[in-house]
Structure formats: C-alpha cells, structure tokens
Design a protein around this ligand. Structure first.
Ligand SMILES: Nc1ncnc2c1ncn2[C@@H]1O[C@H](COP(=O)(O)OP(=O)(O)OP(=O)(O)O)[C@@H](O)[C@H]1O
Ligand SMILES: [Mg+2]
Length: 363
C-alpha cells in the first residue's frame, strides 16, 4: 500500500539483499522491522523478513530523546544478534514533542530550489534558531493549476537530539540512511480505508502521536508528551499498590468495559487518561472545525498503551465515530512469516513505527 507520505528518496535506503530496515527507539524497547518490496498479483506489496525488539533500561529513551546513548547502542547490538539481522542500512524514526509540522505551499520549482528556499519559509514558523534546526518539506501532491504551488508540509525539529540518536545507532555498527518522523511511519502502517478521514493515535509509554489524515495525506500532526506509563505510576500512587500490580491492573481492567465492569481502579484509570484524551479531542476539534466538509470518520489506535481495556470504546463514545486497535502488520503480505516459529511473538515485536519506517522506503 502506498501512502502519499512518501517523499523518501529510495536510493541508498535498500540493503544489498533488497531489505529495508525500520528502527524505532522507544522508551521501553528498540524495535526493528526488515521489509522487502515485491509484487503480489501484479500490484506492489511489501513482505516482512525480520522483526525484533530488545527492552531498554528505564531512562535510556525519554520522551523520544536518547538520554542514555550507551544503553541504546548495546540494545541495538543485541537486537541485531537475536533477530539475526545482517543489514546495516536503517531508516531511523524520530519522535519528539519539539517536532513542528505545518501546512506549507511551495512554488512549483525543482526539489533543490525548494530545499534552498525552505529556511526562509521556516523562519516565521519555528521558534528555534535555524542553525539548530533540521527542516524538510514533504509534498502532498502535484502543483495546483494557475501557479497555486505545491501543497505540502513543513517539518522542523531540533538538530541536536537527532544527532544524538544517529550517533547511538552508528556506534552499533549501523548506517542511518534516512531519518523519518515516527508519526508518519505510524500513519503509513496503520492507515485503513483510503477513502475515509481517519485519526491515527499511537499511545506509547511516554509519548503519544496523533495524525489525522485524508486518504493518506496528513492534515494534522500532534506529538504529545504523555503516555501510558503515567497511568501506571498514577495508579500505583493513588491506589497505594506496587508499580508491578498497577501495571497488571491497567492491562486487565483499564478504563473498564462491558467485560471488566466498573470499579474503583477503572475510575482512577479513567481519571489518569483524561489529560491525554483531552489533547486527542483538542486535535480532533481543531481538524473538524476547519474541515466541516470531511469530518473524522474513524479512529485507529496503535502503540502499547492502546491495548488498555475499554480505551477504544471510550474514544468511540467521546468522538461519536468507530474506534479500534489496529495491527501495524495489516498491509503486510506475509503477516505470519514466522509461522512454525513464533507468530504471535513476531506480531508483538512489530510496532507501527518500525514497520511504517521500512514501508516508506519499501512500498
Ligand atoms: N496490554 C496492555 N494494556 C495496557 N497498556 C499496555 C499494554 N501493553 C503495554 N502497555 C503500555 O504501553 C506502554 C508502552 O508502549 P510502547 O511499547 O508503544 O511504547 P514505546 O514505543 O516503547 O515508548 P514511547 O513511544 O513513548 O517512546 C507502556 O506504558 C505499557 O505499560
Ligand atoms: Mg513508541
């Protein structure tokens, strides 16, 4: 499946065996996905050739930033050994609350000229001094008629955390062929019916992302420095229980649903997820207020925190549209490539981000 968030220059991204590797550095684990482009019944498709995850010690990646590079490098080395990955070129996912994504229409001119003109466009939009920022333009379609220019997105992020992440990966003997926004990667691997306007919500341990897209073209991108770990910590605190018990209660009871019913734990969890839910609602309202002709039609949830019982139902009720947890493997042809091995383990190792990073270059 090909989404329009696909401005990646494929040259140099594909390893000599034809695989593209997506690498996601999350707060809880490093995860890699090896995909290969192919044809299925005459249409382009991608197949999976390797997946793996290695847990990270707490404090190694904090709100998307690599805060203990040594631990991250060691985990990546271990990941390559355990998942038996041979390739060295990777597409690295970047997630940070400081990423800025804005609508931008550029004059219809060659890519090189667009790149040269970007700093002037970015100056008014981002708070950072330009020499401390990385800026990119992601076109969302061809130039409009009568010189209306190329519609797209301006993406800006602080340079330093990206360099720290790249260095941690390179110290593990790998080469970063490209960095890509984790939020775009999550969109690529989870987006459903291309005719619908959909809100993709990735709920991680410390960071959550919201991407509202129309037929694969992102309209709103928000990165929120809140995740599911805060629910565990809050529940341990308010429910006076050990963290392990709070984590287990969060996973079995969650915000409460028809099967788990209501309880004091469900009430506390509901209270604790409220700030994140209101950020998500704010993004939806922002989009719907300016796109009354094409309101959000469904919500797709991904990330570890999305599995909380009752959460999808509660979002569906709040937003008045269907909401469900989606598998990042849904667009992969040989989803159960490890069958005979550990199919469920393979699926669990896959994150929407690692799969989507590789898809961006492989599709
Ligand atoms: N079954 C489950 N039910 C509820 N929460 C869960 C479940 N499984 C994992 N989680 C929670 O999901 C979070 C981890 O999600 P994920 O693996 O997507 O994060 P990450 O990518 O490592 O971190 P981040 O994206 O924030 O850097 C943890 O807070 C964990 O408690
Ligand atoms: Mg994550």
């Amino acid at each position: 499946m090909k989404h329009r968030v696909n401005s990646i220059n494929k040259v140099g991204l594909v390893n000599s065996d034809g695989h593209v590797i997506g690498l996601d550095l999350g707060a809880t684990a490093v995860r890699a996905a090896a995909l290969a482009p192919g044809l299925h019944e005459g249409r382009p498709s991608v197949s999976v050739h390797g997946l793996g995850a290695v847990p990270l010690p707490p404090g190694s990646v904090t709100c998307g930033a690599v805060t203990n590079p040594g631990a991250v490098t060691a985990a990546i080395r271990q990941l390559w050994a355990t998942a038996k990955l041979k390739d060295t070129k990777v597409v690295l996912g970047i997630a940070s609350q400081q990423v800025v994504v804005r609508d931008l229409t550029m004059p219809d001119m060659p890519a090189e000229q667009i790149r040269a003109a970007l700093p002037f466009q970015a100056r008014d939009v981002i708070a950072l001094p330009l020499e401390q920022a990385l800026i990119d333009f992601c076109p969302l379609g061809p130039a409009g008629p009568n010189g209306t220019g190329i519609p797209g997105l301006l993406i800006a992020m602080p340079r330093k955390p990206v360099i720290t992440a790249v260095e941690a990966v390179e110290k593990a003997g790998l080469q970063v062929a490209r960095v890509d926004l984790a939020a775009f990667a999550a969109l690529r691997s989870t987006a459903g019916d291309p005719g619908a306007v959909e809100m993709v919500v990735d709920i991680g341990a410390q960071l959550s992302t919201v991407v509202i897209h129309r037929a694969g073209a992102p309209k709103v991108v928000r990165i929120i420095a809140q995740g599911s770990d805060a629910v565990t910590e809050g529940l341990a605190d308010r429910g006076s229980m050990p963290v392990e018990e709070a984590e287990a209660a969060k996973r079995t009871i969650g915000v409460g649903d028809a099967s788990t019913g209501d309880s004091s734990i469900a009430r506390i969890v509901r209270d604790l997820v409220r700030p994140l839910m209101s950020e998500v609602r704010g993004s939806a309202q922002f989009y719907n207020s300016t796109n009354a002709d094409a309101p959000i039609g469904r919500i797709a949830l991904t990330g570890g925190g999305a599995a909380m019982p009752g959460l999808a139902n509660s979002l569906a009720e709040q937003h008045g549209v269907p909401a469900s947890v989606v598998t990042p493997m849904q667009h992969i042809r040989n989803r159960f490539f490890g069958q005979g091995g550990d199919a469920e383990g393979d699926e669990n190792a896959a994150t929407a981000v690692s799969i989507g990073l590789a898809m961006g270059a492989a599709a």
